[in-house]
Design a binder for this molecule. Structure first.
Ligand code: ADP
Length: 320
């Protein structure tokens, strides 16, 4: 659906995007994840034919964005970071207007707007003036105008930014429901906001894709070794010694107990591999009561930050 080959974008002598080469399959929902200034908006604008690349090729549905911009635009629905809304129009009027702009005839536009009002759950505000809408509804209208001409590719620039937690859940559902009709690329600077929505995440740093995969793949590549939290009842000193004696364990540190109660303590255990079985055996043989043992999931955001930060601050390097 999208084929990007050696894409670059320069502003003056400064390269802000690329070189990027990546393919996106039909029906995929892909997240473009990066800190502010990483090059997300520039990349999306090139895909939406809103900006020309400096070099390389970008093909949407087999059509080149430089050679066939009009055909590409007809296939792309774009929600920019600031949605192009007309505040004085009602939602319904604006969507018909947006559909007409994209070449639909009046009747077709009106019929299509009826469908879109339902699929984006805007039906009950169809007669509201856009300036009176909440931020969440404005974003919905932004998505509705992007899908009104039935584009094959949907490009959403930070659609979740500024939404509250309830609106984020609604937006996720909306994007997932639209997947049957569109290939979607969606940008964000917050991993947890898009990790559930997207099939694949591309991490962009200084204009280049530095990692690609599902959230689980990204985290397993970055988290070396294994970390567990062990909770015991009894002699904390004895427990710590037993845990540290297991082969492969590199660190044992007391942490806040995972449950209340006298004589209960918890430890964070770092190891070169998954040593949960050996830890259990050591505690049982040492006569310490084992109450719980759980994998310690690293904070998603910290994984992302390690990937996304400029190399000078970043110990880990992961290939896309
Ligand atoms: P993001 O969307 O990830 O925040 P952008 O694509 O907006 O990043 O910007 C990438 C880099 O390109 C930034 O350093 C930004 O300052 C620069 N940039 C964006 N637009 C222009 C422009 N029109 N002229 C010069 N530099 C620009």
């Amino acid at each position: 659906m999208i084929e990007i080959q050696a894409l670059t974008k320069y502003y003056g002598a400064r390269r802000v995007v690329g070189p990027i080469s990546i393919s996106i399959a039909k029906g995929e929902i892909v997240g473009l994840l990066g800190l502010n200034g990483a090059g997300k908006t520039t990349t999306l604008r090139i895909l939406a034919c809103d900006l020309l690349p400096s070099s390389g090729s970008v093909r949407v549905d087999g059509l080149d964005v430089v050679d066939n911009p009009d055909e590409v635009r007809a296939r792309v629905g774009y929600l920019p970071d600031a949605p192009p809304l007309y505040d004085e129009m009602t939602v319904g009027e604006y969507l018909v207007f947006a559909a007409r702009l994209r070449g639909l005839g009046q009747e077709d536009a009106e019929a299509r707007v009826e469908e879109v009002l339902v699929s984006t759950q805007l039906d009950r505000v169809r007669d509201d003036v856009i300036s009176t809408l909440s931020h969440g509804f404005r974003q919905r209208v932004g998505i509705a105008q992007a899908v009104v001409h039935r584009p094959r590719l949907l490009v959403l620039d930070e659609p979740i930014s500024g939404l509250d937690p309830v609106q984020i859940v609604e937006m996720r559902e909306l994007v997932r429901n639209l997947r049957h009709h569109h290939t979607t690329i969606i940008s964000s600077h917050i991993l947890s906001e898009i990790s559930e929505t997207c099939d694949r995440i591309l991490v962009i740093r200084d204009g280049e894709i530095v990692a690609a995969g599902t959230e689980a793949e990204l985290s397993s590549r970055l988290v070396e070794g294994a970390e567990v939290v062990v909770t015991v009842r009894g002699d904390a000193g004895q427990a710590k010694r037993l845990l540290a004696s297991v082969k492969g364990v590199t660190a044992v540190e007391p942490v806040d107990a995972t449950e209340p109660g006298a004589d209960i303590s918890s430890f964070r255990v770092e190891a070169e591999r998954d040593v949960r079985q050996e830890l259990c055996r050591a505690l049982v043989l040492g006569d310490v009561a084992l109450l719980g043992i759980a994998k310690n999931d690293r904070e998603l955001e910290s994984i992302f930050l390690r990937l996304a930060q400029p190399e000078s601050k970043n110990g880990a390097e992961v290939q896309a």
